[in-house]
Design a protein around this ligand. Structure first.
Ligand code: 6PG
Length: 251
């Protein structure tokens, strides 16, 4: 198991930002661009702020970065609950990424199923692949985990967990406002070259233990669906979240 423990949320965010920079540089060197899926939630905000500030900001060739989202809430893009808004205010407004390389999910529209299909097409076009074919591989997928075990907007017992073909779907998550959302699905997330799961805080400790050391029950703890087929996945956690893990897991 690949679990990297950091003293607190700040240290974890800094480590994640530094890794983003290294992966961006390596991807741009070998493939000419860096495709990254951003996550919502509060944990990544600090990471984005580190990326937007010196010294890290100047170490990335932002014109070659292509940005996507793992999920979006059904609110307008300037709403405080919008994942796009969070990433924009913490990072994207401060770095020179060409606007055509910023691919937001239009989850505020009334026909979210159509918006999810459009997003699949937009991903396919950005990668120059067939939207009915095998999902492309993002260079980096950033994810968080809720204390109910959800990741992106893949919630316990939701039918989106069973999706085997579509790359993006609309979901209703009544237990977690705002309920109407669009999410990427396991088939495309698991095609990534690199996945980093950021988990901070004591309130996540019990769920983290269940996910990493308990039985495989992805309907109950959807983050267990995340297993890259050929890529690498690392859990970046803080000491509070890791406090109940067995020593062998974090060694
Ligand atoms: C969302 C997220 C979600 C998030 C987790 C963890 O839009 O709600 O993408 O999956 O990553 O809920 O969020 P925190 O980092 O805020 O705990």
């Amino acid at each position: 198991m690949n679990v990297s423990v950091h003293s607190d949320a700040d240290a974890l965010s800094r480590a994640a930002a530094e890794e983003f920079v290294e992966l961006a540089r390596a991807s741009i060197r070998s493939r000419g661009r860096f495709t990254v899926v951003l996550s919502g939630g509060s944990t990544p905000r600090r990471m984005y702020e580190f990326l937007a500030a010196l010294p890290l900001r100047d170490r990335v060739e932002w014109s070659r970065v292509e940005v996507f989202w793992g999920d979006e809430r059904g609110v307008p893009p300037d709403h405080p609950d919008s994942n796009f808004h969070m990433a924009s205010s913490a990072l994207l407004e401060h770095v020179p990424i060409p606007p055509q390389r910023i691919h937001r999910m239009r989850a505020e529209t009334s026909d979210r199923a159509a918006a999810a299909r459009d997003y699949q097409l937009e991903i396919a076009q950005a990668f120059g692949v067939d939207m009915a074919g095998i999902p492309p591989s993002f260079d980096l997928v950033l994810l968080g985990m809720g204390n109910d075990g959800h990741t992106a907007s893949l919630f316990p017992n939701d039918e989106a967990l069973l999706e085997g073909r579509r790359w993006a779907v609309s979901v209703e998550a009544p237990q977690r406002p705002p309920p109407l959302r669009i999410t990427l699905t396991a088939p495309i997330l698991n095609h990534a070259r690199e996945i980093r799961l950021l988990v901070a805080g004591q309130d996540k400790a019990a769920t983290l233990r269940a996910v990493l050391q308990g039985p495989h029950e992805p309907r109950r703890t959807p983050v267990q669906l995340i297993k890259p087929e050929n890529g690498r996945m690392i859990w970046l956690v803080d000491e509070a979240a890791a406090s109940t893990l067995d020593k062998a897991v974090v060694a």
